[in-house]
Write a protein that binds this ligand. Structure first.
Ligand SMILES: *[C@@H]1O[C@H](CO)[C@@H](O)[C@H](O)[C@H]1NC(C)=O
Ligand SMILES: *[C@@H]1O[C@H](CO)[C@@H](O)[C@H](O)[C@H]1NC(C)=O
Length: 361
């Protein structure tokens, strides 16, 4: 019954590495005057300590981008269909043009690397197949109306990646933490920095990486995964300091990389019958996200994947069924560091590339 679609693809992901701290934009829109915009911009500049406050040319340029953001925010907020719908407001990045934001988020060589990587991945797949690197799930439990792994004590506190583009490492390590907690009933933070510094296989530390290539590196090399306290985060790419005799027996034994496009009920099945998963997403529209369920205007195309998150549950009980998505932009982002994405339309590309894993110790 439960057929895993082994589309097994790996997209090369470069992360959005921002810490987004929002301020609210008043909902009045038709009556907006330039004076309102200026007042808002003035408080925005103070709030974010923008360095251009004394530079008239830069000030004008940033003000124009800010105004465009404001109109976009107003437009997005008008689309709200219920009080659960996503709402948007000014954030640290609201004074950037879309182009600037894209440049921060994506890289020129992204498609080339993805293509190379994709071919590589298919070839490697063969080596895994005797045992099957795919985790097969029993359809043991019917899908309940809602599931939140946070309430089961298997999700560590929200982390902050700061200026380091290692969302690929954060989301993967978060899944390792959860899977060990589910099996062993002990919740430990594991080292993201170890992945940033040490992971080969086309991963580039804070410059970007990919969940699936990290997982295949971990499995192929039987990497022992240290705890966060043994290998703490520094927020930049450093020299790898893994020792020859490892201080940890924790390892990833197998993993999946699958597409659940048009098959999101299977994604729910994995969440229920296996555990939290890591997913590649397009986070561009999260720039101004303050909270609520994202239902619109979050491009789902494979090409647009630029970030990675952990999915820790879902809720099917309300008008708008949604995924519970853990971000790594600190606890001030969105809803206490989390955001909600509507289920069913591959919104933000969330079903394009989803990974689950098993770990032993
Ligand atoms: C604001 O930015 C300036 C430099 O642009 C810096 O010297 C100052 O410490 C900052 N203030 C705060 C409160 O961050
Ligand atoms: C598993 O649980 C035991 C008993 O609580 C604990 O001593 C051990 O450190 C745990 N192992 C891991 C990898 O968390």
């Amino acid at each position: 019954m439960m057929e895993w679609r082994t589309v097994a693809v790996s997209v090369f992901m470069i992360s959005l590495c921002f810490l987004v701290i929002p301020i609210r934009v008043p909902s009045s829109s038709s009556s907006n005057t330039i004076d309102d915009d200026i007042r808002l911009f003035e408080s925005y500049i103070v709030r974010y300590n923008k360095s251009y406050r004394h530079d008239p040319i830069e000030y004008d340029k940033r003000f124009k981008h800010f105004q465009i953001s404001l109109r976009g925010i107003e437009k997005m907020n008008k689309l709200r269909t219920s009080k659960e719908s996503a709402y948007f407001g000014a954030t640290e990045y609201s004074d950037l043009s879309e182009d600037e934001f894209l440049k921060l988020a994506l890289r020129k060589d992204i498609s080339n690397r993805a293509e190379r990587h994709r071919i590589d991945r298919f070839m490697r797949q063969k080596n895994y197949s005797p045992e099957g690197n795919l985790i097969r799930y029993e359809r043991a439990i019917r899908i309940p109306p809602r599931l939140d792994w946070r309430t089961k004590g298997v999700v560590t506190p929200v982390k902050s990646q700061g200026n380091c583009g290692a969302c690929w490492a954060y989301s993967t390590v978060e899944c390792i933490e959860s899977m060990i907690a589910i099996k062993n009933h002990t919740l430990t933070s594991y080292s993201v920095q170890e992945m940033i510094d040490c992971a080969g296989n086309n991963n580039f530390g804070c410059e970007g990486g990919d969940i699936c290539s990290l997982l295949s590196w971990l499995v192929d090399n039987q990497i022992s995964i240290l705890s966060e306290s043994l290998y703490p985060v520094t927020g930049k790419t450093d020299t790898c300091t893994l020792e020859r005799s490892p201080k940890s027996s924790v390892r990833v034994t197998d993993f999946t990389c699958d597409s659940f496009v048009n098959a999101e009920e299977q994604l729910l099945d994995v969440l229920v019958n296996h555990g939290p998963v890591a997913a590649a997403v397009n986070a561009l529209s999260w720039q101004n996200y303050l909270g609520g369920i994202i239902q619109f205007h979050c491009d789902s195309s494979f090409k647009m994947l630029n970030h990675a998150v952990q999915i820790v549950g879902y809720d099917n009980t309300g008008k708008i069924p949604y995924y519970i998505v853990r971000n790594s932009w600190g606890p001030l982002f969105g809803n206490d560091g989390y955001l909600y994405i509507a289920i069913g339309n591959n919104l933000c590309g969330i079903a394009n590339q989803v990974s689950s894993l098993n770990a032993i110790w």
